[in-house]
Design a protein around this ligand. Structure first.
Ligand code: NAD
Length: 322
């Protein structure tokens, strides 16, 4: 199988590509298209691998896509601007990549006759939920510009299926964690700050709740959606572990041997969603998905990865603060 992966040099995309390349029995060949934006890192992928081709380029580049896509059996679309705080500071890059870029990719996929198109999305499109959990039928009520741009791209992907018959599946996952996550997101930011003896910023009252999903479990869910998902359907992918930001902070402090003196309360994020909670019954019953990595083990392994890979994150943090 020839798989075209957008955003494959980012956090989740690179984990997915590693999983594909490690699976020798499937023997999939992989083309990664990645613009290497601030969060994309060529070092996240093997420099040489006989089944990997890396192309630096932009998903809004229609000519490039039409040159690259023919011959691929499937597209897994990760490329996006993905950080809520950046979307609050400026939404245009989010509209450009997440909305426009997705439409360019959908059109190019149709022109090339590529098969399955997995559109990787987020639970943030549902908004915020005080009680219960979102099923895939929940209305889209995104609050941040990031979430709104992802909701727009989800609808465009589903419209390409309904209008043109493109073989689209949309996945919506909860908060991912694991190795190689850019150190602007809460877990790598907190862990690397604590490893440097620096304080960590906790938003508002710290009571915002998130469901945590190890990136390997997410990649397994995406692969199930690619192989067995029904065209035109949406599948939630969650980790089944909800924690408030305060609880998460406590666990990270403990894992790094630090105490609450290292926490600096900061003004809440504008429009901060209170709680995310995904119902994963559909993907569990239809596709046999179940998260395999418990939060305790997953967090311990993630903290160990950042401890052992200082050379990966130090230059990124230095660049961001320069
Ligand atoms: N990280 C999470 O917790 C999470 C949760 C839900 C959904 N998602 C979704 O998963 C996907 C991947 O997220 P991530 O956390 O790996 O993000 P990331 O920022 O680590 O990676 C994004 C990648 O896309 C690339 N990219 C950005 N703009 C591009 C463009 N115009 N053309 C080509 N490549 C471009 C970047 O260079 C980077 O390698 C995104 O679609 C995101 O919305 C992430």
């Amino acid at each position: 199988m020839h798989i075209f992966v957008t955003g494959g040099a980012g956090f989740i995309g690179s984990a997915y590509v590693h999983a594909l390349l490690q699976d020798d029995s499937a023997g999939a060949t992989v083309t990664v298209l990645d613009a290497l934006s601030y969060s994309g890192n060529r070092d996240n992928l093997p420099q040489t691998h006989p089944r990997l081709r890396f192309v630096r380029g932009d998903i809004t580049d229609d000519h490039l896509l039409r040159e690259l896509l023919p011959g691929h059996d499937a597209i897994v679309h990760f490329a996006a601007e993905s950080h809520v705080d950046r979307s609050i500071a400026g939404a245009m890059p989010f509209v450009r990549t997440n909305v426009l870029g997705t439409q360019v990719l959908l059109d190019a996929a149709r022109a090339a006759g590529t098969g399955r198109f997995v559109h990787v999305s987020t639970d943030e499109v549902y908004g915020s939920i005080d009680e219960g959990s979102w099923t895939e039928k929940w209305p889209l009520e995104p609050n941040s510009p990031y979430a709104a741009s992802k909701a727009g791209s989800d609808l465009l992907a589903l419209a390409a299926h309904r209008t043109h018959g493109l073989d689209v599946v949309v996945t919506r996952c909860s908060n991912n964690y694991g190795p190689r996550q850019f150190p602007e997101k809460v877990i790598p930011l907190f862990v690397t700050n604590l490893m440097d003896g620096r304080q960590v910023p906790l938003y508002g009252d710290g009571a915002n709740v998130r469901d945590w999903l190890h990136v390997s479990d997410h990649c397994r869910g995406i692969q199930l959606a690619l192989e067995k998902g029904r065209a035109g359907e949406v599948y939630n992918i969650g980790g089944g572990t909800e924690l408030s930001n305060r609880e998460l902070t406590g666990r990270l402090l403990e894992a790094c041997g630090a105490d609450w003196d290292m926490v600096r309360p900061v003004a809440d994020r504008k429009g901060h969603d209170r709680r995310y909670s995904l119902d994963i019954t559909k993907i569990s019953e239809e596709l046999g998905y179940a998260p395999q990595i418990g939060l305790n083990d997953g967090l311990a392994a993630t903290v160990a990865w950042y401890r052992d890979n200082r050379s990966w994150w130090e230059p990124l943090k230095a660049r961001e603060t320069a």
